[in-house]
Design a protein around this ligand. Structure first.
Ligand code: G3P
Length: 221
């Protein structure tokens, strides 16, 4: 499963990129505003941090068809090869997905709240789909809905990947991992839950203490 960080906090991106094999970074307009920086600056900084293979997912801000297509064209000039333009699956967004797909620009259809929207987006040419797992839980079982989306992809062989988004805890990620979902993009607090395990830290402290007691040092050499 691909592991993606859902933030525009460049300190967190640098940190997790240093420790983990991140496959990319997702942002959305709200996430970018939270950075407190001018959006062009923060996007360029993220482009600099990521290597060529790591994907950057950046969202169109305009709400109308023409504006979304223009945003997609502009974002494609940011200097990042592996970039996906996030397009929300509104009516205008679905129309834009068809056009942007024909332009050869990669698309992550986002703000997906139902299987129907996922189907319409993949059928329009979206390369990836971002269902909002936790937000769907307000209306039913968000995890199951994502698994159903994966079933549609598998049943018909659509060339699209699920990048599940909107997580509130690590157990939602675990359930998707168990069901073969292609990617999860997680916020910094959920990444911290996946990453740091106090039991492992304590086990290592015990190994080191025993080693030091016997050999008088904390290392091999
Ligand atoms: O990437 C989409 C995600 O940021 C939405 O998450 O926490 O606002 O539901 P949330």
């Amino acid at each position: 499963m691909k592991l993606i960080l859902d933030t525009a906090d460049t300190t967190a991106i640098r940190y997790y990129n240093d420790y983990l094999a991140l496959d990319g970074v997702t942002t959305n307009p709200t996430i970018i505003t939270k950075s407190g920086k001018p959006y062009v600056d923060v996007l360029k900084e993220i482009v600099e941090i990521l290597d060529e293979d790591q994907a950057l997912y950046v969202q169109a801000v305009s709400e109308d068809y023409e504006g979304i297509v223009e945003d997609a064209k502009w974002l494609s000039t940011l200097g990042k090869k592996n970039i996906y333009i996030k397009i929300p699956v509104t009516n205008e967004g679905l129309k834009a997905i068809k056009t942007v797909h024909k332009l050869g620009i990669k698309i992550l259809a986002t703000a997906i709240y139902s299987m129907d929207q996922a189907y319409l987006a993949m059928h329009a040419g979206a390369d990836a789909l971002a269902p909002y797992v936790n937000r769907m839980c307000y209306y039913g079982n968000g995890v199951d809905e994502v698994i159903n989306m994966q079933t549609i992809i598998d049943n018909y062989g659509y060339n699209t990947e699920i990048v599940a988004a909107s997580f509130k805890n690590a157990s939602q990620v675990r359930e998707l991992m168990l069901n073969g979902i292609g990617a999860c993009t997680v916020p910094v607090d959920v990444m911290a839950q996946l990453f740091n395990n106090e039991n492992t830290n304590n086990a290592v402290k015990e190994f080191t203490a025993n080693w030091e007691k016997t050999y008088g040092k904390k290392t091999l050499r």
